[in-house]
Design a protein around this ligand. Structure first.
Ligand SMILES: Cc1ncc(COP(=O)(O)O)c(C=O)c1O
Length: 388
């Protein structure tokens, strides 16, 4: 469907945006253009030029990515971290980037180990404290980088309030929207300038691709991000783009199922005697449940749980599942479990981990779309094993 899809519902958009019937073959699915270079009619006259800067698979996928995020533009890149790297296209040496204290570890590593070495000042603040954010926005603050819900503690930051602070200080606001997915949260509609996704998670949804994207309503920003993709060489490959376009078609149905399964699992775990606390934005017990309801249309499938267990039994618990796979990623059709203090966040010193609530009893679940009774039975079985 090549015409404007903005008036259509989210599922229709996810399936049809950017798709077309191939006039030569009648094919209903966009092919994989396994092609690095494109012909020019005269020097500088071309439809596409080179796979790093303007591949034939970019356009249909970017129309679909923009449609699901309700954005004017999308730029598809090699990974979520590749998308973050492109943000350098909006910054220069001497600029300040303000980010939360609890960003995803790979974000922290890229910004602190690399951006900072090239003269970008990285400042971390508690973004639940809007006065602290305001104070961090000094004259050289050019970017307010947000992640909400956060990984792994699912803290919710106020998108509208933070977008307003960034605007007041002439800074670009960026939101990593990976945990919510574009189906449940649309930061651009709350005044945010740029949305970033790891498409390796919910957008891809099947644990078979690594990809990323950036969405914006501003053409100049899109042009700068395009240029950064080409200059850094962080383009997506044709097969990944094909799989990603296919996955987007089922994003709405997958997200509804992730959420209904997650809610049932959260309620089950909240009543279990070995559980101290369940952190899931959809539960009324989540400290920012009201804010989550205000800015998200659903709560997706990520949750973190504090078990009343010492380190070794916690490790036994998460190694004892049949339905859950012990793995670090998230957002896939299959349920995944991981242990932040010994896996994703192991490199953070123990005292810092403890201070931020990343204790040995904390377990992160990515609830998949299997039959929910099987997921709960798996949890029940594994918990009974460690309770003995
Ligand atoms: C919230 C969040 N953002 C970004 C990324 C990075 O994405 P990628 O692995 O596609 O580079 C991750 C990866 O786990 C993530 O959890």
């Amino acid at each position: 469907m090549t015409h404007d899809t903005s008036a259509l519902g989210p599922s229709t958009r996810a399936i049809h945006a950017g798709t077309r019937i191939d006039p030569q073959t009648g094919a209903t699915v966009e092919p994989i253009y396994q092609c690095s270079v494109y012909a020019q009619t005269r020097p500088g006259e071309f439809i596409n030029d080179y796979g790093r800067s303007m591949s034939a698979n970019f356009k249909p996928l970017e129309v679909a990515l923009a449609a699901v995020e309700e954005a004017d533009h999308a730029v598809v890149v090699s990974s979520g971290v590749g998308a973050m790297t492109c943000l350098l296209g909006l910054l220069k040496s001497g600029d300040r980037l303000v980010m939360p204290i609890d960003v995803y570890g790979g974000t922290y590593r890229l910004f602190k180990e690399y951006f900072e070495n090239f003269g970008i000042e990285i400042v971390q603040v508690d973004m639940t404290d809007l006065a602290a954010v305001e104070a961090a926005m000094t004259a050289n603050a050019r970017m307010l980088y947000i992640e909400t819900p956060t990984n792994p503690l699912l803290v919710i930051y106020d998108l509208r309030a933070l977008a307003d602070i960034a605007k007041k200080h002439n800074a670009t606001s960026v939101v990593d929207n990976t945990f919510a997915s574009p189906y449940f949260q649309k930061p651009l509609n709350h005044g945010i300038d740029v949305v970033l996704h790891s498409c390796s998670k919910y957008l891809g949804g099947h644990s078979d691709i690594v990809g990323g994207s950036l969405m914006t309503n501003d053409l100049d920003t899109r042009t700068a991000l395009d240029h950064a993709r080409k200059s850094f060489g962080v383009h997506a490959d044709p097969f990944t783009m094909f799989l990603l376009r296919r996955s987007i078609k089922t994003l709405p149905v997958r997200m509804e199922r992730h959420q209904s399964n997650a809610m049932a699992v959260a309620q089950y775990l909240e009543s279990h005697k070995l559980v101290t606390k369940v952190i899931y934005p959809g539960l009324p017990s989540h400290p920012q449940h009201e804010l989550a309801k205000k800015q998200m249309s659903g709560f997706a499938g990520m949750m973190s749980v504090y078990f009343d267990l010492p380190f070794e039994p916690t490790k036994t618990l998460i190694s004892s599942f049949d339905v859950f796979t012990l793995a670090e990623s998230l957002g896939a059709v299959e349920s995944l479990v991981e242990h932040p203090s010994s896996m994703t966040h192991a490199k953070i010193p123990a005292d810092v981990r403890e201070k931020h609530g990343l204790t040995d009893g904390l377990v992160r679940f990515s609830i998949g779309i299997e039959d929910v009774d099987d997921i709960i039975a798996d949890l029940d079985r594994a918990l009974a094993k460690v309770a003995k």
